[in-house]
Design a protein around this ligand. Sequence first.
Ligand code: HSE
Length: 396
Amino acid sequence: MGYGTVGSGVYEVFRTNKTSIDKKVGQELRVQYVLDLREFPGDPVMDVLTHDFEDILNDDEVKIVAEVMGGLHPAYEFTRRCLEAGKSVCTSNKELVAEHGAELIQIAKDHQVNYLFEASVGGGIPIIRPLNSSLTADVIVEISGILNGTTNYMLTKMSREGLNYDDVLKEAQAKGYAELHPEADVEGWDACRKIAILASLACHKNVDYKLIETEGITEIKLKDVNYVAKFDSVIKLLGVFKIEEGGKVYVRVSPAIISNDHPLANVTGVFNGILVKGNAIGDVVFYGQGAGKLPTASAVAADVVDCVKHTGKNIKILWNPEKLTLSDLGDFERQYFVRMPADAEAKAITAAFGAVEMVSVEGINEKAFITGVMKESAFNEAAEKAGHIINRIRLD
Ligand code: HSE
């Protein structure tokens, strides 16, 4: 369902890799229909194209449906009806999974079919399956992820080639990485849904993405990138889930400064990287192409194969509808990088933030510094006291 960037990729993967996929599942898989409102003259998909969802629903030969339409409606209704009709559904639709994941997983279970969503996070990177099956012996205490290919592509281009924000956004759109409305990428909304999905799987409860504090990359300037390079670090848009001793759970999306030796520092371009910390296994890093036609399609197609292998059997996914209570980020402690105008007085800076470490870049006439470790609430108070702050970025 859906013959856009990912949908056409899924079709292509099944055509190109037909022999090998059929061999792996031990039977012939056939694409029975492709649902889309548009026509595609000259495209081989015309042989199987339908504009009517009921064709799919009412055909008993259709056992597995790939929902790659995106958006909540009608994807939600179509998915529900397919599952209730005893058809498994595989999806790349992170909006739908973040909003209705727990419910659709339950419906799939009730009908002994599967709702699989590997492609919804990290494009082609296997991350959902490892969280659900390989890392089950661990308590997951942290997930930090570069979860949006578009913004990572943009930040990489800005830092490596000194290009400006608007030009790099246009490039990412031209390459088919960006969402239909690129605010979803640059404002962090896409990463927010993805970290909500991962956090839900990590703690087996429902993490409501609407409650996650989310900040995008729209305020990041080339100057920030240049300052940060001075102290051997880079800026990344991170989705972070963290459980502290004592049980406080923090989830956020925001630009973060990480040092060049952090495992995610060298995740560049459209690649995503996800660092998972378990209480027994320690750190595990997942890396691969986080956006784009074929990588995402590969994950959808792999889910289809999994559904065939589990015909008549529901794969247990631990994601209960019970809501997880998130802790107030104001209590979280960390350092901050701050930029203020050149005329900011050193005394006023120290009075507000205490001892700070100044950073300077030749040719930029500003006061920039790194604070000591402080609670986010204390930082916000200090920032107000200090007066005009041009930008501030969290250090992770
Ligand atoms: N716009 C998304 C990204 C697509 O850039 O990561 C993959 O979810």
